[in-house]
Design a protein around this ligand. Structure first.
Ligand code: PLP
Length: 422
């Protein structure tokens, strides 16, 4: 089978490709004859041909294969360095409108309230919970890792009654149990994490939206790691309040949290008994800036450069096509798993529940987690993520996100592992 992956037209991938070419030439010669090997070893001792030097000279940075951020393309970097407009300048507002419209396509929604919150993914979570929960409201939360846990604890802080549907780490939430709990509790909100980055699980959503409609519940979805890396269909699955983050499969630095809010959720918001107890996250106040009808009023100063970067990242996604992008992430994850098994790594998540942008693997026996990750980073310029909670020290979390979701990233990692694990 031809396992070569299409490398997206992203400058970073091309740079990795050229680094890999040098490595392949080196490997070829190393395998050919002893006398060449002897000379090359001498060169290596002088750090002349070392992988480290390839990283520094060809890529001049770190290959970010952790749970995010990932490397971003030259287009996105260029957008970040563009001269600024004022945040109320019509030319900037045009860029903001372009971002909102492209986000609708990526979320697969008609929701007019779709825009980026000016802060990281966690702010997207807090914005949604602060506006759509009031003290005493009930929320049913699927908890099978760090981020479901974060939704639960933040909801508690906001005074909500939290009903958890728990699952062991590394498995998807049991939807029969989740749907039954919604039917029993009639909660205001039901929350699921679409891509649980702490464990590498992709959560199916089958039928949850329908049950939420039966019970008058708002369906909350955390799509930080799944958006643009795996199918996310906000309207089709009946999700009402959804957020993401820019630093994963959107291929943009951390700093914005795209959100989308359904008309049904807006109605619930309008019927709050008290105003949202927050200045920064107050939906109506933000809309007075984000929604242009009748002029825009100042709420906070939008992070102009990050909005330029998100616009550039979204354009790349739509040029590639969402489905092609999901398929590329799937092929890259499949290639990673097949290569890593040869080094003694074992997948944590069973087939059918795996999150392609973030693969979790049990370490082979005898490998010191911290030492191996540190060598990868400091000697080979490659970052991978550690396990969290009960999986700390036992697994690695390897992200193949945005432009990094290609065979080249995997080849570079496995090439480095040969020396790290020897
Ligand atoms: N939700 C998930 C699934 C995440 O992976 C993350 C971050 O990794 C967050 C929420 C929080 O996002 P941030 O770290 O950008 O605040």
């Amino acid at each position: 089978m031809d396992r070569r992956l299409e490398v997206v037209p992203c400058g970073y991938s091309k740079q990795i490709e050229s680094g890999l070419k040098i490595l392949r030439i080196k490997r070829f010669f190393l395998c050919q004859c002893n006398w060449i090997r002897t000379i090359l070893v001498a060169f290596c001792r002088n750090k002349f041909f070392s992988l480290n030097q390839v990283v520094n000279t060809s890529v001049s940075g770190t290959l970010l294969l952790g749970p995010g951020p990932c490397n971003v393309s030259e287009n996105v970097l260029e957008a970040l360095s563009r001269p600024l407009f004022g945040h109320l300048d019509p030319r900037f507002l045009e860029v903001m409108e372009s971002v909102k419209s492209q986000l609708r396509t990526v979320f697969d929604t008609e929701n007019s309230v779709t825009f980026p919150i000016s802060a990281t993914g966690s702010a997207g979570m807090e914005f949604l919970l602060a506006n759509f929960l009031e003290p005493g409201d009930t929320i049913v939360v699927g908890v099978n890792g760090v981020f479901g846990g974060r939704v639960a604890s933040l909801s508690e802080k906001l005074g909500a009654r939290v009903v958890k549907v728990e699952q062991e780490w590394g498995r998807a939430i049991d939807l029969n149990e989740f749907r039954d709990t919604i039917r029993r509790e009639y909660p205001k909100v039901a929350a699921l994490v679409s891509g649980e980055t702490s464990t590498g699980v992709y959560q199916p959503m089958n039928g949850v939206g329908d049950v939420c409609r039966e019970t008058g519940t708002l369906l909350f979805m955390d799509c930080v790691t799944s958006l643009a890396g795996m199918p996310v269909h906000v309207d089709k699955c009946g999700a009402d309040i959804v957020f993401s983050g820019t630093q994963k499969c959107l291929g943009v630095p951390p700093g914005l949290a795209p959100v989308t809010v359904s008309p049904r959720a807006l109605e619930v918001y309008r019927n709050r008994s008290k105003p949202t107890p927050s200045f920064y996250f107050d939906l109506d106040a933000i809309l007075s800036y984000i929604d242009g009808d009748g002029g825009r009023s100042y709420h906070h100063t939008a992070p102009i450069s990050m909005v330029f970067a998100l616009d550039a990242g979204l354009k790349e996604i739509l040029e590639e096509g969402l489905e092609s992008r999901w398929n590329r992430h799937a092929r890259a994850a499949e290639y990673l798993r097949s290569e890593m098994v040869a080094y003694g790594f074992e997948p944590v998540v069973p087939e059918g529940e795996r999150l392609n942008p973030l693969t979790t693997l049990y370490l082979p026996d005898g490998v010191n987690d911290a030492e191996a990750r540190s060598k990868l980073l400091m000697e080979h310029g490659i970052e991978v993520g550690a396990g969290l909670g009960p999986l700390a020290g036992k697994i690695w979390r390897i992200g193949l996100m945005a432009g990094n979701a290609c065979e080249t990233s995997v080849d570079w990692l496995t090439e480095a592992l040969k020396s790290v694990l020897s």
